[in-house]
Ligand binder design. Structure first.
Ligand code: BTN
Length: 267
């Protein structure tokens, strides 16, 4: 399956894009977490686009303080240094951008029809195939750097999952009918998509990313249960607002509100 870009005319086309990130890609064997390695590099001045990939993580981290299962040689466990000049309030847009990039790369390289669950989980066959963790560091009141952590379950088999993940997690191998995926080819596609979308974002703002995200979403039009700082509510997800928050229409009152962070369950 080829992913198409429903972008307004006048924007730089994907095929005209030339990579310009100065950062290098570091391949490591076993690390605690690629997030920590990338942070260390960023603190030491590593330029934008510096990426750290590991064969295995012994202390892989997910959102909300969860552990991230990262067995040896089975996935893409990667963290990328970004240095955008953005106000803090806009960093959630980068998470959505990363989701679009990974979703596009997965569809293009493997043909697995992945979709995005807000804010940034990628699902295939109703189960999670990828998670994204964006962490930001601040200096002198401004954004210093962001680390975009990407975990893709590439060649895991059912046996590679601990019991508690067997029903919620899946892999590209499982969803692709048992065909192993070349991890390096997929990682290269993810980095190229990310750089292209990031360049588009810096030049044209969030609008093109919003259009792409909405076209790849498995959340919109669905009844969802939302856990946010305001408690738990049920609503229909109707779109992204201009900031990247999820717009919800309350099932009881019909009122439209947005959530910027939190977790949702598809009902
Ligand atoms: C989530 O869905 O909870 C986010 C998971 C993010 C996992 C990736 S794997 C590479 C990077 N290193 C980590 O420790 N976490 C991220």
């Amino acid at each position: 399956m080829k992913s198409d870009y429903p972008l307004p005319p006048g924007l730089m086309k994907r095929e005209n894009f030339v990579s310009a990130w100065p950062g290098r890609i570091q391949r490591l064997d076993t690390v605690s977490s690629t997030q920590e390695e990338a942070k260390r590099l960023a603190e030491n001045g590593a330029p934008e686009g510096t990426a750290v990939m590991a064969e295995e993580q012994t202390g892989g981290r997910g959102r909300m303080g969860r552990k991230w299962h990262s067995p040896r040689g089975k996935g893409i466990w990667m963290s990328l240094v970004l240095r955008p000049e953005l106000p803090l309030s806009l960093t959630p847009q980068l998470t959505l951008l990363a989701g679009v990039a990974v979703c596009t790369a997965i569809r293009t390289v493997t043909g697995v029809p992945a979709g995005i669950k807000w804010p940034n989980d990628l699902l295939a066959g109703g189960r999670k195939i990828c998670g994204i963790l964006l962490e930001s560091s601040f200096r002198e009141g401004g954004l210093h750097y962001c680390i975009a952590g990407i975990g893709i379950a590439v060649n895991l088999t059912e046996e590679d999952y601990p019991d508690e993940l067997k029903t919620v997690g899946t892999s590209l191998l499982i969803e692709g009918g048992g065909i192993p995926v070349d991890r390096m080819r997929l990682a290269a596609a993810v980095l190229t998509e990310l750089e292209y979308l990031y360049t588009l974002y810096i030049a044209h703002g969030f609008q093109p990313i919003k259009v792409l995200w909405e076209s790849m979403s498995v959340t919109l039009g669905r009844q969802v249960s939302v856990n946010s700082s305001r408690g738990r509510t049920e609503a229909v997800a109707v779109g992204l607002d201009e900031g990247g928050g999820l717009m919800l229409r309350s099932s009881s009152t019909g009122e439209i509100t947005s959530v910027l962070s939190g977790e949702i369950e598809l009902i």
